[in-house]
Design a binder for this molecule. Sequence first.
Ligand code: HGY
Ligand code: MN
Ligand code: MN
Length: 413
Amino acid sequence: MKINDLRIDRKRLQKSLEEMAKIGATPGGGVQRLTLSDEDKRARDLLVQWLKGLDLTITVDEMGNIFGRRGGKNNDLPPVMSGSHIDSQPKGGRFDGILGVMGPLEVLHTLNENKVETERPLEIVAWTNEEGCRFPPAMVSSGVWSGALDKQWAYDKTDVDGKRFEDELIRIGYKGDEPAEKRPVHAYYEYHIEQGPILEKNGIDIGAPKGILCLHWYDIYLEGEANQVGPTPMEGRHDALCAASEMILKVNDVPEKMGGNMVATVGEIQNYPNSRNIIPDGVHFTVDIRSWDDEKAIQAWNSLQLDFEAIAKRRGCPIRIEETWRVNHAPFDENLVQRVLETADELGHSKLHMVSGAGHDASYMNQVCPTAMIFVPSINGRSHVEVEETTWEDCANGANVLLHCMIKAANDI
Ligand code: HGY
Ligand code: MN
Ligand code: MN
């Protein structure tokens, strides 16, 4: 068969996604595969089994990143790599991340069965802890691998139950020996659902992001004064939850205050002692700010800090702020992005040059090698929810674009 006529096996891709969706399946039709959980382990074991079935050389590194390598004619050349993540949000969807692992798996399967040889080796990767919900921050393992984050700092991160990242990695048997250190990669493609409404709204098959917004994460801790809600007058209370409430609305207002092209969200909050007849004396909440303009995101944060300090002072609730994590916006390699657009064209798909509001491991890979992404539509623009959905046809379309982008890149000399 001529290379240009190669297509992935749509049914096999669908079946692999359906198999993975059974691991951590939730009653609402989504998945819960929190990073380094038993469900994550089962999905990893299944992936490794499938990688072995394709005769790939498998390595697991110190961060639990799983690599599968398919040799080329010249194995001294840096590989073409494609991957994403297996872990999910607490009530996540059946496509976020896993499509970007099953896609390249299907690509390699298609190349094997058609006995296609490429100049360069090809590698599939499943990055540990892309979501960052159990162990903040997100994309931590591609961050360590790319040299942007410190391995020990990541190892010492704890979840709400105080379990350490490294201990959980050992517990599930995926703390590998391979150093989690960058090495030359010729091109990195990440295949992912859009997780937003744009492609569907415009009736477009394939998205080619020009890059990913910056992501800034902060943690805010407030101290109040607990007391019986009945006898304690309103005057003179130090109610940590009221202080937090005022701050949370400031977060919601800051994008407009900064002139737009920004999102800011409080997604997580813990309130203590969280009893209906005790005035709260402790609150922790998170802040997530994203923009294409790194500087503007920092200005937004500086403005919020001033607001927070003033509210904390007025309410007599001492505040502690942690600047948890920042990753700059990631402008992708223009040649690789152009290749996605051209390949979509060649395959007869409509395509759109856009921006990714969601963070991906490609944010860090973009710091160490030429990087681009391939998006397919999210039905109703929903993601990080159990109803996350992409049609099987769209899944196949994106995988075919990935197939030909990888072949072209693997034959670049
Ligand atoms: O936060 C994100 O956008 C990604 O899901 N980690
Ligand atoms: Mn994802
Ligand atoms: Mn996600």
